[in-house]
Write a protein that binds this ligand. Structure first.
Ligand code: MG
Ligand code: MG
Length: 266
């Protein structure tokens, strides 16, 4: 089932995604060595509830936390806990909220302190791949145009592994709606995009091979070859021209500049 949103619904989704983006910023200011991941999760949960909204991931298929925090070789769906972050970690944080019955969803991968140039490049290319995908997200194009653009930039141009088992998705009154938005695929294939469709585009890119495994906790997805992975995600509304990006990295990137422990992705 595909749900096309009215302009009023897109505005409600903008509000949900603005809160997601500000939650990321609230968390970013606290990322530092020695900090546990559940400390960051508590900040996010309080921030979201203080803004009359609900953490979207908490309780979703029994996921126990507000954020997914996935460190180094963990790709996505890491469960916050007692793990302490360390200098040199690559930290992916995914956040979703439900506000006024509409969902927002966005993810960002941080470099905590100095990391090897090869790792830094993976983060930069994955973030670039997200925007290459968003460039293709317009009315008249097809889902495959987004998929191909992401795969071309990360796999073909840079030799990274594009995760196959997890994909982007439609979003609205549900966290996950149709269509699936894979990060690999063929140009001019798949669903034709129409104004009003709102999708989460989220490349998950591995420094090594694309294969992943699920950890015994039933959630955490890890690269099979234990190389690091990066994940960036925006929620975007399809328009006749350029997509309307409803989430933003602006606030969290301002926090990265202020937080001396974090290194800017560039
Ligand atoms: Mg997400
Ligand atoms: Mg998502």
């Amino acid at each position: 089932m595909l749900y096309y949103k009215t302009p009023e619904e897109v505005e409600l989704m903008r509000e949900s995604n603005l809160l997601v983006s500000k939650t990321h910023a609230a968390v970013a200011s606290f990322i530092k060595p020695g900090r546990t991941t559940d400390y960051l999760d508590n900040i996010a949960e309080s921030f979201i509830r203080d803004h009359q909204a609900i953490p979207a991931f908490k309780g979703y298929n029994d996921f126990p936390a507000t954020l997914c925090i996935s460190v180094n070789e963990q790709v996505v769906h890491g469960i916050p806990g007692k793990r302490e972050l360390r200098e040199g970690d690559v930290v992916s944080i995914d956040c979703g909220v439900e506000k006024n019955n509409y969902f927002g969803d966005s993810a960002y991968t941080y470099a905590l302190g100095e990391i090897a140039p090869a790792k830094m490049k993976l983060l930069r290319i994955t973030k670039e791949a997200l925007y290459k995908g968003i460039e293709q997200a317009r009315s008249g194009n097809r889902v495959g145009d987004i998929s191909y653009a992401i795969q071309f930039h990360s796999e073909k141009m840079n030799g990274y592994g594009v995760v196959r088992d997890l994909v982007g998705h439609g979003i609205g009154r549900h966290l996950h709606e149709s269509p699936s938005v894979p990060n690999f695929g063929k140009k001019n294939a798949g669903l034709r995009l129409k104004k009003g469709l709102v999708i989460a585009i989220e490349p998950m890119i591995n420094l090594g091979a694309y294969q992943v495994i699920q950890e015994e906790d039933g959630w955490t997805i890890t690269t099979k070859d234990k190389t690091i992975s990066a994940h960036y995600e925006h929620t975007v509304a399809i328009c006749t021209g350029e997509a309307d990006i409803l989430s933003t990295f602006k606030f969290l990137e301002e926090e990265i500049k202020k937080n001396i422990e974090l290194v800017e992705i560039q």
